[in-house]
Design a protein around this ligand. Structure first.
Ligand SMILES: Cc1cc2c(cc1C)N(C[C@H](O)[C@H](O)[C@H](O)COP(=O)(O)O)c1[nH]c(=O)[nH]c(=O)c1N2
Length: 260
């Protein structure tokens, strides 16, 4: 995105403005990709960078609960797709009326078309029963694996790769399709590949499923539920929301045309 106005002196630890802008570009130009995958292979050196980025995610107690399963076999992808198809049909029945009709028109995966699937898992027993930071809130290990997903997703966007997270599975069916042991939780099945183009906004937004919520409606000060629209921060948020949208629009252009 175009540099956000720097009204305060840059901290000496901050990235250069070009590097900082690249981070924000990765964030605002990232999309969940389902339908625009190209068959172009992903070089191992690129996959290696993605996986290394994922492995450098934060994790509770540094337990690094993840494994990475790289799926290239068509037979395995078809097994995963079969598991998706069952859950997808079940999911359609959970919506009513117009929503069900819309749901059925949505493309919600690119399992077979994407050249590579990457499954990120969570081994909840990896470092024993007591983990620093997970002593009371047991789900922290799952959140750690999600951090790995997000690192990979952003790195992929910087590499020009699309990623689509598919979660419409009965968990046991997905484990079965991938021979994942019962005690390992599959966190994400990610469809990864080069794309014909990136969309400017979430497909569910374009389809009229849901809009992006205004961030100021989600913001409280000091205690839950306490709003204060007079806070200068709120004005900044409105400006930055517009800048983020503009960045998403520019994501539809080849990056060479986008610049920083
Ligand atoms: C945990 C989780 C699980 C899923 C998703 C995301 C996340 C975070 N998303 C993608 C989701 O629909 C998408 O992120 C939002 O619509 C916002 O769009 P962008 O990611 O900004 O393009 C997703 N998309 C899809 O087509 N099929 C799916 O099964 C899922 N599952």
């Amino acid at each position: 995105m175009k540099s956000m106005p720097a009204s305060v002196a840059q901290d000496p630890h901050a990235f250069t403005s070009e590097a900082r802008d690249a981070v924000y570009q990765a964030i605002f130009m990232r999309r969940d990709v389902r339908g625009q995958f190209l068959p172009k292979p992903i070089p191992d050196e690129v996959l290696s960078r993605l996986l290394t980025a994922a492995h450098h995610a934060p994790s509770v107690g540094f337990m690094q609960p993840w494994n990475f399963l790289v799926v290239k076999s068509d037979a395995v992808k078809h097994r995963v797709h079969d598991a998706f198809a069952v859950a997808h049909a079940q999911a359609a029945e959970m919506f009513e009326g117009d929503q069900r009709a819309t749901y059925k028109t949505l493309k919600l995966e690119g399992i077979v078309e994407s050249p590579v699937g990457i499954v990120i898992t969570c081994d909840r027993s990896r470092t024993g029963p007591v983990v620093i930071g997970r002593t009371h809130i047991k789900t922290m290990d799952l959140y750690s694996s999600v951090c790995a997903v997000q690192n990979l997703w952003l790195a992929a966007r910087a590499e020009g790769l699309g990623v689509g997270w598919v979660s419409i599975f009965n968990e046991a069916a997905l484990q079965n399709a991938l021979s994942i042991p019962e005690h390992i939780t599959p966190i994400a099945y990610l469809c990864v590949g080069y794309v014909s183009h990136f969309k400017d906004k979430p497909e569910l937004e374009t389809a009229g499923w849901l809009p992006r919520m205004p961030i100021q409606d989600l913001l409280y000060f000091d205690t839950w539920g306490q709003r204060d629209d007079q806070q200068p921060l709120v004005g900044h948020l409105q400006r930055d929301a517009a800048a983020a949208v503009e960045c998403g629009v520019r994501a539809t252009l080849p990056t060479a045309a986008v610049g920083t």
